[in-house]
Design a protein around this ligand. Structure first.
Ligand code: 5RP
Length: 230
């Protein structure tokens, strides 16, 4: 068997928390895809029965269907037993930045309706302070979206509208636009920033996932660490 990279190792560890009869939330991004592949292979080999999966994006839904994983809508099940998803940044309190894969809103809706949310990542995602490695994604409705830019600046963030290769705005699975906010000194108070962003009409949601992950499985090429929310 070929050796596993860190993302695959984190995904394989998360598989240990899956049981037959569970409703699973499937995250988006390359680490989550490693989990879906491992889950799909285990499911096809008969290791689990009666799984139902709630995907956080069209892309992972298509991947799950390749393995014949049963797909269910969140409205049909109401509650997810276990969500497994990656992150872009993870701080020591297990607060996260997510959404560079553009699935932040569906991920947050599914994860806030999950009994357990396990974050899986390679160790490059660990930070002391959120916002120090990459931008914070913020999803907005297209209407008058340019008017948010001054507001983002007033919060200390430098906004850039996510765009496609041809320069047109990137459109999320929800039909919205996404701004990436860069904070030169990182994000001092994620809770405060999240509250301010949510108070503005036209902003649909942010990539700040505060106190949502119960644990994080952090892998390197050679070891695995389990971090717990505190
Ligand atoms: C998608 C996400 C992803 O979980 C995040 O971007 C991490 O992706 P990757 O596992 O490819 O590094 O939030 O919206």
């Amino acid at each position: 068997m070929p050796s596993m990279n860190a993302k695959q190792r984190a995904a394989a560890e998360a598989l240990k928390y899956v049981r037959s009869d569970m409703v699973l939330g499937l995250g988006s991004g390359s680490t989550s895809e490693c989990f879906i592949i491992a889950l799909g292979e285990a499911f096809q080999s008969g290791k689990f029965s009666n799984l139902r999966c709630v995907p956080t994006s069209v892309q992972v839904e298509n991947l799950a269907r390749k393995y014949s994983l049963p797909i269910i809508r969140l409205e049909e099940c109401g509650v997810v037993d276990l969500a497994v998803d990656g992150a872009d940044e993870i701080d020591p309190r297990l607060n996260l930045i997510k959404g560079l894969g553009a699935a932040l809103i569906r991920e947050k809706i599914i994860e806030q309706n999950s009994r357990r949310f396990i974050c899986i990542a390679d160790s490059s995602k660990l930070v002391q302070k959120l916002g120090t490695k990459g931008p914070l994604p913020v999803e907005v409705i297209p209407f008058a979206h340019q008017t948010h830019e001054a507001f983002f600046h007033s919060l200390g963030g430098t906004p850039r509208l996510r765009s496609r290769e041809d320069g047109s705005p990137f459109v999320s699975d929800n039909g919205n636009y996404i701004y990436h906010l860069t904070f030169s000194e990182g994000i001092t108070s994620p809770q405060d920033l999240d509250r301010k962003l949510h108070s503005r009409a036209g902003i649909v949601g942010t990539g700040l996932f505060i106190s949502m992950a119960e644990m994080a499985i952090i892998a390197t090429e050679s070891d695995i660490r389990i971090l717990h929310h505190r």
